[in-house]
Design a protein. Structure first.
Length: 325
């Protein structure tokens, strides 16, 4: 029984003339038994206030002439502490859809423990029994994103055994990581310019980022050292084209990885003039004099011709003179 339960030892005896009963107790089986004061009937209610094991027997005597005494078999009474939870379930677990989330307890005491897991959609809310969830641990379903609270009620139908309820365990199921904003498909800058590739990701539990680069679109990508955030500043010290992508992983249970689209970063040389205008042209009034340049580099060149009445003097923009010639 549990502490405070009922444990009655009793015998049925026949024969004799006027039977007398004396219950005795011992802390060991077959040990030294001592009489229990006032325990003088055919039955005895054993004390159950403290946990422990005690052995009982009764000696039946009869003072009538020729009557022998008889001693009963031993009766073992085990008093257990009430059920108690010595290890509560993990307070919070966060996994991805399809991950593993197990809530469990360690319980002691009682005689024959029965377990019933319950769930609720709100903390401290109304809990309902979960069918067939009757062991010390329970594998929470993780097929759909959401938050569920679990607790365990432990009962024992043995005399005197109280029930005990565990703390709540919160199980958060997140959607798998996904990219909601892909990096810009193409960026073109000059040497020394700024080109940042970035993504926005949701889902998962604790996202890890790894940017990768390749010299060809769809080619072999390699990890970039220390490029481990949602954005990456691409190097622009040298002209050329590089492709970038980010791999997002999550080590939480059930979380899948996701890879971004490629981001093309084109680094052009600074603008330069490869063909200067003719140094000097002399024409008559009404003649034709065209000044022109050939320029390379840059991304989107803009032209503005200027004029001055003196060499090396103050130059002023010429309205609408915005082409290479």
């Amino acid at each position: 029984v549990c502490e405070g339960g009922t444990a009655t030892v009793s015998v049925t005896a026949t024969g004799g003339v006027s039977l007398s009963y004396q219950w005795q107790s011992s802390t060991t089986s077959g040990g030294s038994f001592s009489n229990i004061a006032s325990a003088n009937s055919a039955s005895y209610s054993a004390p159950t206030t403290s946990a422990g094991t005690t052995y009982y027997r009764v000696v039946i005597t009869d003072s009538a002439s020729g009557c022998n005494s008889v001693t009963s078999n031993e009766a073992e009474v085990i008093v257990n502490a009430d059920p108690s939870i010595t290890a509560q379930p993990t307070a919070t677990q966060t996994v991805c859809e399809g991950g593993t989330a197990t809530v469990s307890v360690t319980a002691t005491g009682g005689v024959s423990l029965s377990y019933q897991w319950q769930s609720s959609t709100t903390s401290g809310g109304s809990f309902s029994n979960i069918a067939s969830a009757n062991s010390a641990s329970y594998s929470a379903p993780t097929t759909s994103a959401g938050t569920t609270y679990y607790r365990l009620v432990i009962t024992d139908s043995t005399s005197g055994c109280n029930s005990v309820t565990s703390n709540e365990a919160e199980v958060i199921v997140n959607a798998d990581p996904s990219i909601t904003a892909q990096p810009t498909a193409t960026q073109t800058v000059c040497e020394g310019g700024t080109a940042t590739v970035s993504v926005t990701a949701t889902g998962g539990v604790s996202l890890s980022y790894q940017w990768q680069s390749s010299t060809t679109s769809g080619g072999s990508f390699s990890n970039i050292a220390s490029a481990n955030s949602a954005s990456y500043s691409a190097p622009t010290t040298s002209a050329g084209t590089t492709y970038y992508r980010v791999v997002i992983t999550d080590s939480a249970s059930g979380c899948n990885s996701v890879t971004s689209n490629e981001a093309e970063v084109i680094v052009n040389a600074d603008p330069s003039i490869t063909a200067q205008p003719t140094a000097t042209q002399t024409v008559c009034e009404g003649g034709t004099a065209t000044v022109s340049v050939t320029a390379t580099g840059g991304v989107s060149l803009s032209y503005q011709w200027q004029s001055s009445t003196t060499s090396g003097g103050s130059f002023s923009n010429i309205a609408s003179a915005n082409s290479a010639s």
